[in-house]
Design a protein around this ligand. Structure first.
Ligand SMILES: [Zn+2]
Length: 250
């Protein structure tokens, strides 16, 4: 039985039998890991709020190399996501969305320090009160970029020449932004404000993003979501819930 200790972010936890949970962790040492947390449910649950989504923990994990399911040993809470989630239903849902995004993109059993540091920085910025709409677009853009899916902002996907200043015109068939000669664009067209916002996203740490969200940047939400759902070949449940809640809000 190998033993790993690692810092980790909790992505989600689900019930297993009467007294246990399976916890999905984004670990610094091994990428995404699933582990059985024995005694995590019941009258006197072990671990308590350490298993809240996006809590930062230090864990010890037991199990064979390459096993699908490890066993959670110690789990020390370094930073609770609970305080951020306490700000209200929408914030709690937003944190679930971030966790589901990370769960969808992180590779199982494969350490990726860039993704880990990105996740940590976004969670910290959420705690510091950086607006959710900015952080959502930030995490989406970076996960897409680190997966090699985000189209370059400065070169035409058709002819590889530099793109002129101004709006970015997306062409689905080319999987990227195109110049006038390589069109027609199938959409969307990202206005200049969205383009400069993206420039900030790829230059800055999430804590340095200052609100409010530029109005042109809201178009990025659906643009990113199209890229994400076609990459994953599925929808994200928490994204749909967030949208439903936003629609019902007065
Ligand atoms: Zn071109």
């Amino acid at each position: 039985m190998a033993l790993i200790t690692s810092d980790a972010l909790v992505l989600r936890a689900y019930k297993l039998g009467e007294t246990s949970k399976v916890v999905v962790l984004l670990t610094r040492e091994r990428g995404k890991v699933r582990a059985v947390a024995k005694g995590a449910r019941g009258g006197r649950p072990r671990y308590r709020s350490a298993l809240e989504p996006l809590s930062e923990v230090r864990v010890s994990l037991h199990g064979r190399q390459g096993a699908d399911l490890m066993r959670l040993g110690e789990c020390e809470l370094l930073r609770s996501a609970f305080r951020t989630g306490e700000r209200g239903l929408e914030t709690a849902l937003f944190l679930s969305y971030l966790a589901e995004l990370l769960d969808a993109f992180a590779q199982e059993g494969e350490a990726d320090d860039k993704v880990y540091r990105l996740a940590l920085a976004v969670v910290q910025a959420a705690e510091e009160g950086v607006p959710e709409a900015l952080l959502g677009r930030y995490l989406e853009a970076w996960l897409l970029k680190l997966s090699g899916i985000y189209p370059p902002l400065d070169r035409c996907a058709g002819c590889d020449r530099p793109l002129p200043a101004g709006p970015l015109r997306y062409r689905r068939a080319s999987h990227g932004f195109v110049c006038d000669d390589c069109g027609p664009a199938s959409g969307p067209v990202l206005p200049e404000g969205a383009r400069s916002f993206l420039g900030e996203v790829f230059r800055r740490a999430p804590a340095d993003l200052a609100g409010p969200v530029p109005p042109e940047a809201t178009i990025l939400e659906s643009f990113h979501y199209d890229l994400i759902s076609s990459h994953l070949e599925r929808d994200l449940r928490s994204h749909r819930v967030l949208k439903d809640v936003a629609r019902e809000a007065p």
